[in-house]
Ligand binder design. Structure first.
Ligand SMILES: Cc1cc2nc3c(=O)[nH]c(=O)nc-3n(C[C@H](O)[C@H](O)[C@H](O)COP(=O)(O)OP(=O)(O)OC[C@H]3O[C@@H](n4cnc5c(N)ncnc54)[C@H](O)[C@@H]3O)c2cc1C
Length: 265
């Protein structure tokens, strides 16, 4: 690790001020950033720890939206009765992230900002059509993710909350890479209040998280596992690594989508 200064503000405006400094970087739960620093792959001059800011934490229902503070841990989401009642897919998703330590420190803001191609939350944000709120603006999930580890966040911009429309049904079907427990290929399926179906896929795309239009169209007109059989999922654009070929991942997209449909019918 290189030397850096450390500050732990208790309000958002102080954090935003600190992040204006040259080389300053936000620290969420540190579950990704600390290992990166240990390997000397990043060298911020100041770490601005967001964990002391109470206004970034918490879960509330606002009409037909579920709002999760950017500093809310995966564990808090997994344990929330409000989330279980409104979007059970998010409880399934967060309860399978890493291990208890990762869930008790890692945050939704850190996960979305990091946009790891195998992370779980980006699939939910895309499938549900979430809005990412920052200290500067509101960003549609469709515009937020911009390829591997890339988002449209500007330097020093802080995710303050994520607004999820409450769907009629939701589920997250995760196929884990057994060593890391990240997604090899996982699917977040949301049946929206208007009957349309949205399918977010993580772990599979060479360009990161994506929605699968063919599956969405088929399931929006016939919400059944057999409708998935009629959809062709191309291996083109899927990741290829030592864990799985593009063809294997393409097949998993269908398998996990079928499981998702069966889970909510
Ligand atoms: C062993 C292990 C297993 C894991 N398994 C999974 C898994 O199965 N699925 C999964 O999805 N994830 C998994 N993770 C990652 C985990 O979810 C992390 O919590 C997450 O990637 C980063 O969140 P964090 O709050 O720890 O962010 P940090 O590590 O603190 O920060 C990550 C990045 O986000 C930025 N950042 C942090 N908070 C904010 C904010 N509010 N606004 C703007 N930028 C911010 C930081 O500057 C940094 O660039 C795993 C991690 C470990 C160590």
């Amino acid at each position: 690790m290189y030397n850096f200064d450390f500050t732990r503000p208790t309000d958002l405006s102080a954090a935003v001020d600190a992040l204006r400094g040259d080389g300053a970087q936000a620290l969420g739960g540190g579950q990704t950033l600390i290992p990166v620093l240990k390997q000397r792959l990043a060298a911020p001059t100041t770490l601005v720890d967001l964990s002391g800011i109470d206004s970034l934490k918490g879960i509330r229902r606002m009409g037909d939206m579920l709002v999760i503070g950017g500093g809310t841990t995966h564990g808090a989401v997994a344990a929330s009765g409000d989330v279980a009642a409104a979007i059970p897919g998010l409880v399934q998703l967060t309860s399978k992230i890493g291990d208890p330590q990762v869930r008790n420190r890692g945050t939704i803001g850190g996960s979305l900002a990091n946009n790891d191609p195998a992370a779980c939350y980006p699939a939910a944000a895309l499938a549900l059509g979430a809005t990412i709120e920052t200290n500067q603006r509101e960003i549609a999930a469709e515009d937020f993710f911009q390829g591997l580890y890339a988002t449209c966040l500007e330097d020093g911009e802080v995710i303050t909350a994520v607004k999820f429309p409450i769907p009629a049904a939701s589920t997250y079907q995760k196929f884990e890479q057994p060593a890391s427990r990240f997604s090899l290929t996982s699917v977040f399926l949301a049946k929206m209040q208007d009957g349309s179906v949205r399918v977010g896929v993580t772990g599979a795309g060479a360009d990161g998280v994506f929605r699968h239009e063919g599956l969405e169209q088929a399931l929006s007109s016939d919400f059944s596992a057999s409708a998935v059989d009629g959809v062709s999922v191309s291996a083109e654009g899927m990741s290829n690594d030592l864990h799985a070929t593009p063809e294997y991942r393409a097949n998993l997209v269908k398998v996990m989508t079928k499981r998702a449909v069966e889970a909510v019918t």
